[in-house]
Design a binder for this molecule. Structure first.
Ligand SMILES: Cc1cc2nc3c(=O)[nH]c(=O)nc-3n(C[C@H](O)[C@H](O)[C@H](O)COP(=O)(O)OP(=O)(O)OC[C@H]3O[C@@H](n4cnc5c(N)ncnc54)[C@H](O)[C@@H]3O)c2cc1C
Length: 375
């Protein structure tokens, strides 16, 4: 493979010289940042480098939930995160979805405001009571201006045909998108905006001077006036802060005739999540049964977690159905002790926007918008 210093005049001048903004990572954050920067600086030369042949982290591998907070997740967070921070995160996710729709039309990514349901297992303690629902509705109203987002919906259990579930809480504002179309749409927008995306280049280290940044890559050195790090779960090489890779595994069933399950669902405080994709079920989660093993930047699926997902399908989600598993995969998230992203300037020329946790679909474009505002 040719190194950058072996390229032609044409190639160097088109792709690698006089770069105003070099973005590392072509996930939702990297591509959104490029688009918001182009609005602000239409003439800027912006280049995204991506080490995979596709985006290879979380953005093209996620479940596609546009989620702001389910009752059990909010309850759990309020036990160990400050109230202010919990609602700030809710607000960032809610407004993040609006930022996303500034970049892509909802129809183009098959956005479906299909609602979500937070399921309480029959054998689980239910911490959610009417007073808590009243409290979260009041707080959510301040942010969304929409009344009564949350309500108990115990009929959902039989409507969707679940077993071993005692009740459900509906969030009328959550929904889902087609993850593949989101990444493709952002890519198309980025290309239309004359941003170069170069796949197969991995950033290894960087040196900052007063006027520019030198990025050392597996193909040679790239110079840019500014740099933005958008590598999420793979960011620990750039900062000495609380960020770890966290693998998440997913499966998708075959199409199920007369599937009753329609919508997006959270189970066991969000450790599991599932939705329908047409007549198939996508189910992910189970990190909690092997937190240590799943704190890895290596892709792959494991028997323990895939078997747990299959038994959840068999016993709870599709109790009376025959099904096969047509797809399995994993993605890598970036997590830390808090749910807020790491979002700031590292020095005069370089910004970072990482640690999106399990909520980058709604939050990613908001992070991109904030990153673009730093320059
Ligand atoms: C299985 C799964 C399900 C999820 N479900 C949901 C959901 O339903 N709803 C939701 O809101 N969120 C969900 N998430 C989280 C969401 O996908 C992420 O928060 C979001 O995609 C993060 O986007 P990003 O651009 O920050 O990171 P990424 O998409 O991970 O992009 C980072 C990119 O940087 C590249 N890169 C890394 N290091 C380098 C380097 N040194 N040089 C060059 N390139 C590099 C990687 O290859 C990658 O493409 C899920 C995540 C997973 C894994």
């Amino acid at each position: 493979m040719l190194r950058i210093d072996e390229l032609s005049f044409w190639e160097k001048s088109s792709y690698f010289e006089n770069i105003d903004f070099l973005i590392i990572g072509s996930g939702i954050v990297g591509m959104s940042t490029a688009l918001f920067l182009k609005v602000k600086y239409p003439k800027a030369k912006i280049v995204i480098i991506e080490r995979g042949y596709l985006p290879t982290g979380a953005s093209s591998k996620n479940a596609g939930f546009t989620c702001f907070g389910s009752p059990t997740e909010l309850y759990d967070d309020l036990q160990h995160i400050s109230e202010h921070q919990v609602w700030e995160t809710f607000s960032d996710r809610y407004n993040g979805l609006k930022s996303l729709f500034e970049l892509v039309e909802p129809e183009s990514i098959q956005y479906d405001a299909c609602k979500s349901w937070d399921l309480i297992a029959s054998n689980a303690k239910n911490d959610i009571n009417p007073n808590f629902i009243k409290y979260i509705n009041e707080k959510a109203l301040e942010i969304t201006k929409v009344k009564e987002i949350y309500r108990e919906d115990s009929a959902a259990v039989s409507n969707f045909g679940f077993q071993h579930i005692k009740t459900a809480y509906c969030n009328s504002l959550e929904g889902g998108i087609n993850t593949g179309l989101l990444v493709k749409s952002l890519y198309q927008k980025v290309i239309e905006a004359d941003v170069q995306v170069i796949f197969g280049i991995e950033a290894l280290s960087m040196e900052n001077s007063n006027n520019n940044v030198e990025i050392f890559t597996n193909r040679g050195i790239i110079k840019s006036e500014h740099c933005i790090i958008a590598t999420n779960g793979f960011a620990s090489q750039w900062i000495d802060e609380d960020i770890q890779p966290a693998r998440a595994q997913v499966l998708v069933t075959n199409p199920i005739p007369n599937l009753k399950v329609r919508g997006t669902f959270h189970y066991e405080k969000g450790y599991y999540y599932f939705r329908n994709i047409g007549d198939r079920i996508l189910l992910g989660g189970g990190r909690n049964i092997d937190i240590k093993g799943e704190n890895t930047a290596n892709f792959g699926t494991t028997g323990a977690i895939q078997n747990r997902l299959k038994s959840l399908l068999r016993e709870t989600i599709l109790p009376n159905e025959e099904f096969n598993i047509d797809y399995t995969w994993s993605g890598i998230m970036g997590v830390g002790a808090t749910k807020s992203p790491i979002l700031r300037m590292l020095n005069k020329n370089t910004a970072i926007g990482v640690r999106l946790g399990g909520m980058g679909v709604a939050l990613g474009s908001q992070v991109g918008k904030k990153l673009s505002s730093y320059f």
